[in-house]
Ligand binder design. Structure first.
Ligand code: SF4
Length: 200
């Protein structure tokens, strides 16, 4: 067969179009028309991926207070709908699907605070109220015990109001705004050792 450059390109284009249509046909044939759309009648909740400091946007679909789907937000300027493998599995942090395809609480999810007392080898489950009270009490005690109000600089007393005994680590599980507020709070207490996994 004698092919000119022009007719070769036309033939190649027709073949590619036919292959694409065949692909569409195959996908259509494999999808069940009676299969309900998983996100039908759900409310969209926009959130930020909790895994790392990139801060990808995620849309969660919630029905009756239960997340039934989570995927990248196409309108988010950071990820434009994409998610890495960790972010793509974020749904499973809370829920898994049972054998009937219904979401149920992930049995591996921690729902209680685990506390290991000084010197103990095991963790024990404690209530949130007790844990928050205890954390606040220990931070206050440590801060009050270790606060340095002034330092001597060349014979002159300079006010510093700082403690070296507390280190505050921000979290990619929090939004930028939450980390900003944490930062303000601990600076007000005199904490000078502040860091974050993404160096925010
Ligand atoms: S999806 Fe991946 S890259 Fe994006 S914030 Fe989550 S962990 Fe980071």
């Amino acid at each position: 067969m004698d092919l000119s450059r022009r007719s070769f390109l036309k033939l190649a284009g027709t073949t590619a179009a036919a292959a694409t249509l065949a692909g569409v046909g195959l996908r259509k044939a494999s999808a069940s028309p009676s299969e309900p759309l998983r996100i039908k009648f759900t409310k969209e909740v926009h959130t930020t991926c909790t895994y790392c400091g990139v801060g990808c946007g995620i849309i969660c679909n919630v029905r009756d207070g239960v997340i039934v789907n989570a995927e990248g937000d196409p309108d988010h300027p950071i990820n434009e709908g994409t998610l890495c493998s960790k972010g793509a599995s974020i749904f499973n942090m809370s829920y898994i699907f049972d054998e009937k395809g219904k979401p149920r609480l992930n049995p591996n999810r921690l729902t209680k605070v685990l506390y290991r007392a000084p010197g103990a080898s095991d963790y024990e489950a404690v209530e949130w109220d007790w844990a928050l009270e205890e954390i606040a009490k220990r931070i206050k005690d440590t801060r009050d015990r270790t606060l340095v109000e002034t330092v001597d600089v060349g014979g002159r007393q300079v006010t510093v109001n700082r403690t070296n005994a507390i280190n505050w680590l921000g979290s990619a599980w929090c939004t930028g705004e939450e980390n900003y507020l944490f930062h303000k709070m601990v600076r007000a207490m005199g904490v000078i050792n502040v860091d974050h996994c993404a160096r925010l």
